[in-house]
Design a protein around this ligand. Structure first.
Ligand code: FE
Ligand code: FE
Length: 162
């Protein structure tokens, strides 16, 4: 009866797991390159995506399904800071659109509770989109001077996130 919702939820789990992997990969590389503040931003966001996996998994189990826990894809080996932020922005944009579509399908299947979960996720992914979009914008406006600041912000962000 809830098979369609369980499939949608597992598809979302796969995307969230891929995001966790991708953002931790970005975290390691940005940390290695000395961009402490941005490295910390990706770690915090990866942890939020892990929280999304949990929300989705709880709903799957409530519907008596099984959580597949398969990442949607391989990590993209992107290490340039500007390309990282653009890719992350695009991933969030795609997630928000995908969850809007999934919410619509749930409405058609009269599964309001799963619909609500996807709608809440849209809000989170839009916030993630906004944070990465702002970083891309600041790099475009201030260029390397802004990036230089990202490497001397470490103490502050470490205290709050690491
Ligand atoms: Fe997410
Ligand atoms: Fe996100």
């Amino acid at each position: 009866m809830h098979e369609k919702s369980i499939a949608l939820l597992n598809h979302a789990v796969a995307d969230e797991l891929a995001a966790v992997h991708q953002y931790m990969y970005f975290h390691f590389h940005l940390d290695d390159q000395g961009y402490d503040a941005l490295a910390s931003l990706f770690k915090r966001t990866a942890i939020m995506e892990m929280g999304h996996v949990e929300i989705l998994a709880e709903r799957i189990l409530f519907l008596k399904g099984e959580v597949e826990m398969k990442a949607a894809g391989e990590v993209q080996k992107v290490t340039d800071v500007k390309e990282i932020l653009k890719l992350a922005r695009d991933m969030e944009d795609a997630s928000a659109k995908d969850y809007n579509a999934k919410a619509k399908i749930c409405a058609e299947n009269a599964d309001s509770a799963t619909k609500k979960i996807f709608e809440n996720l849209v809000g989170d992914e839009e916030k993630h989109f906004d944070q990465f979009d702002k970083e891309v914008g600041k790099i475009e406006t201030f260029g390397d001077r802004y990036l230089a600041l990202q490497s001397i912000d470490g103490g502050k962000s470490e205290a709050s996130a690491d």
